[in-house]
Design a protein around this ligand. Structure first.
Ligand code: SF4
Ligand code: ZN
Length: 590
């Protein structure tokens, strides 16, 4: 890859502290060139050339990081992101950029957005090209974590939603056929000329009815269960006021397992000031509905908004984990930035909005990291907005790296799930310790959550985890808003008594995550574990499911339902679960 030596030189000069920082710098630099991260062998060749040509001196730490990058990119799961077409969002948030040719809140200069724009937001081509690109670079593509971004999903017409997802599944399924794979990536018209095979993508404007699209999607999902490229998780972005029992039913049918949901600030005054268009209570109602339906929720939190202070931001962040109506599974912290195409730009120019200092922001972020409980994953700390787009607010590049270095210097550790995942650990010696099962139990509105995890005894390395929910109310909170709550209960397989009341006898597994392939890569380590404990590393998932069944049974639940990505259904079948509506379920009563 051209320029790879230059990229490595730039990274060497920044002296990355660990594998994660190295990976992020590499991603940032390759994004600038609108290309994927190169495979390890190319990185190593480029590094060796630098040494040979005396442009860099041998660096043991950097060589370690090169190896680490390989482990990370081979985590076994390919994360693929597609963008939906430009469309109106019901929101009018003052900080939100809007470009006519992009979905709301996205900038054409962001690498992923630019790729989508180039493909006219076609879902089939976005999926197909990413898979082929990843394959060309030596990454596995059998398990796909699929993320659909842009605006608010539920605000798009239903037909568009089903068509978009149907096309994404079709791309995965059809790429499994050798003929289509031979087309390679690039312009579909070019490959068509070479092979004489027409692309299988279909136009959004085709005449299928909504019902036909739904039925076709079911068929493609069935196929995907055994396809070479299986979608093991699907994330959609939406707004709290768009979450209703009816929209949840659709999202489940579409195969969604995780929701990205913007709150930004748990403070109604701030929400009003920035024109979010919903209240904190509406967010909590959405959270309850989603959790009751088994979804994982990634909450978006935005420090440095108008009307706040650094101190208040830390207080609000702490509230996320003390208020039973919140307590998200994941959180994205995106400090507010001023973008020219957002209304906030005018406020900024007029002196009506003044971001607080970088130093204050930095300290606030450290305090937030320290306030994050073990069950929550800080999935992002900053949004990848090109620097030249930012007129005000945070422009600290490599914020995560600065934070990591500073916290290390102060002897502080972030306990969030992400920082403790085995893939983000640098010190391999840690992992030869005994594994233990830990149970963190916490109360949320409408139910008790169990976070079960296999970790080392010091709780610094997480090998596998499971989220179990024991609901105490049925999935129909009084303030659920539009839509009929019974629609949701029926779709979840929750039975109604003759009086019409729904029984609450179903517990939910909302997430099961094992770092299987990572661990396979660390073969020596696993061998040591097996010898020491006779632990079958490949059995962590099963062990966790059995433990969840035990807890649910002990608490008198009759049934366990798993919100499962389409591509993981086969795994749960082996554990005695069957597909019921859109969930994998099992009777656990004796
Ligand atoms: S809800 Fe999201 S996409 Fe819509 S205006 Fe607000 S920030 Fe932008
Ligand atoms: Zn963390």
């Amino acid at each position: 890859m051209e320029g790879l030596e230059e990229i490595l030189l730039k990274i060497i000069l920044q002296n990355p502290a660990n594998g994660e920082v190295f990976y992020n710098l590499l991603r940032k630099e390759t994004n600038k060139l609108k290309t994927s991260i190169p495979p390890k062998r190319e990185l190593i060749i480029a590094y060796q050339k630098l040494i040979k040509n005396k442009r860099a001196v041998p660096n043991k730490h950097f060589e370690f990081l090169l190896r680490k990058a390989q482990i990370r990119t081979l985590s076994g799961v390919a994360v693929i992101t597609s963008l939906v077409k430009p469309y109106n969002c019901p929101g009018n948030c003052v900080y939100c950029p809007s470009e006519a040719r992009m979905p709301k809140s996205y900038l054409a200069s962001e690498p992923a957005a630019a790729r989508a724009l180039g493909l006219k937001f076609n879902p089939y081509e976005q999926m197909r090209q990413r898979i082929l690109m990843l394959e060309q670079n030596g990454h596995p593509t059998d398990k796909i974590e699929y993320i659909i971004k842009g605006g608010s999903w539920n605000a798009y017409p239903l037909k568009y939603q089903y068509w978009f997802i149907l096309e994404s599944f079709r791309a995965c399924n059809e790429l499994s056929s050798r003929t289509l794979r031979s087309k390679g990536c690039g312009d579909p018209k070019d490959s068509q000329k070479k092979t004489g095979i027409a692309s299988s993508r279909s136009s959004e404007t085709r005449n299928d009815s909504l019902e036909q699209l739904r039925q076709q999607l079911k068929i493609e999902q069935r196929k995907n269960e055994t396809s070479k490229h299986r979608i093991i998780g699907l994330t959609l972005e939406t707004r709290p006021d768009c979450v209703t029992p009816t929209t949840i039913v659709h999202m489940r049918e579409q195969g969604c397992t995780r929701i990205e949901l913007g709150l930004q600030a748990p403070d109604d005054k701030i929400l009003k000031l920035v024109d979010r268009g919903h209240t904190v209570q509406q967010f909590k109602d959405a959270m309850l509905l989603l959790r009751q339906a088994g979804f994982k929720v990634d909450l978006h939190f935005m420090p440095d908004l108008p009307g706040t202070t650094a101190k208040h931001d830390v207080e609000m962040y702490k509230l996320l984990f003390s208020d039973p109506g919140l307590k998200p599974d994941m959180v994205k912290i995106y400090p507010c930035t001023v973008i020219k195409s957002a209304p906030l730009y005018k406020w900024y120019k007029a002196g009506k909005y003044k971001p607080y200092s970088e130093h204050k922001l930095f300290e606030a972020l450290i305090a937030m990291k320290l306030a994050t409980p073990r069950y929550c994953r800080i999935s992002r700390l900053i949004r990848d907005i090109p620097e030249n787009e930012i007129s005000g607010g945070n422009i600290i590049t490599n914020l995560r790296q600065h934070l990591a270095t500073e916290m290390k210097n102060r002897g502080l550790k972030c306990q969030c799930l992400r920082c403790r995942e085995i893939g983000h650990q640098q010190d391999l010696r840690l992992k030869t310790e005994d594994l233990r099962l830990f149970t963190d139990k916490y109360e949320t509105t409408g139910g008790t959550e169990y976070f079960l995890s296999y970790e080392d005894k010091n709780r610094q390395v997480v090998f596998a985890f499971l989220r179990l929910r024991l609901p105490t109310v049925i999935a129909s909170p009084a303030r659920a808003g539009r839509g009929n709550p019974n629609v949701l209960n029926t779709s979840m397989g929750i039975a109604s008594s003759p009086s019409g009341a729904s029984r609450n006898d179903t517990a939910f597994i909302r997430e099961l995550h094992t770092y299987g392939q990572l661990m396979t890569l660390k073969h020596e380590h696993i061998k040591a574990l097996k010898q020491k404990n006779d632990v079958q590393h490949t059995g962590f998932g099963k062990k966790l499911v059995l433990e969840a069944e035990k807890i649910a049974k002990k608490n008198h639940y009759q049934k366990l339902s798993i919100i499962s990505g389409v591509g993981v259904r086969g795994y749960y079948r082996k554990l005695g679960y069957k597909l019921e509506k859109t969930y994998m379920t099992k009777k656990i009563s004796t």
